[in-house]
Write a protein that binds this ligand. Sequence first.
Ligand SMILES: Nc1nc2c(ncn2[C@@H]2O[C@H](COP(=O)(O)OP(=O)(O)O)[C@@H](O)[C@H]2O)c(=O)[nH]1
Ligand SMILES: [Mg+2]
Length: 265
Amino acid sequence: MALINHITKNLSIKIVFYGPGLSGKTTNLRYIFFKMDPVSRGEFICLETDTERTFFFDLLPLRAGRIGHYKIHFQLLTVPGQVFFEASRKSVVKSADGIVFVADSQVPLLDANLESFDSLRNNLREYDMDINTIPMVLQYNKRDLENLVPVETFNNLLNPKSCPYIESSAIFGRGVIETLKEISKLTIPAVREKLLDELEEKSDSKEGEKEKDIIQKASPQEGIEFTMSKETPELQVHKIKMKSQEAVEKKLEELAREYTDSSEE
Ligand SMILES: Nc1nc2c(ncn2[C@@H]2O[C@H](COP(=O)(O)OP(=O)(O)O)[C@@H](O)[C@H]2O)c(=O)[nH]1
Ligand SMILES: [Mg+2]
């Protein structure tokens, strides 16, 4: 669940991009990185282990507006898709506020999508989260290719709860920002409730009361705003070598905290 720091008035929301290997998760994050105004995004970070050449996690922090006086930060995270990374996939969904499921639309990959979706369901369950209730957006990616799974088929198999779904070509940026906007909209209400609850607990303070008032008066969706960049920056990836799964988990938590605790504008 979202981290809230009442001193620095920062609030961090974790969005996990989940899906089978090579479905386009990293491509989504890279595009978002390209599109966002540099002042509102952090470094694009890859955590990788010695044993694997492939990236382990991608992490992209974004700033996006406010709830009351609290600055909203999103942490976008991808999980490695390969089966042998099950442990790291599990740990990354821990404390997720929202999920973007990136499906590969190519017909031969239908089973891989279903398997990945099952693993998501199981991994969430391990942390007492429910795939039917966690805020989720389905992204049917690679729609620029041929031999595609029809959208209705995907919706029947992956989307019985009628979550928002988006047809995308992440490689061309089509549908990427829409996906980000949808998932951020879905995650805000729960985070707002949590914030109000925490303020309620410290309701002995005048300041807390005032803040609660401001937040309650604003509409639930108010406050999120992504600032897009007009230029195209070079993608500089900050790679961090990790020794073990435990080290990766620790680093992820540390980065989340570092970001939430910083008081810079
Ligand atoms: N044709 C096509 N290729 C894509 C699309 N999105 C991603 N790819 C390609 O699919 C491959 C895997 O993408 P990547 O983002 O690394 O997958 P990840 O394993 O989910 O992070 C790369 O070669 C991408 O360029 C898309 O929308 N259309
Ligand atoms: Mg990737």
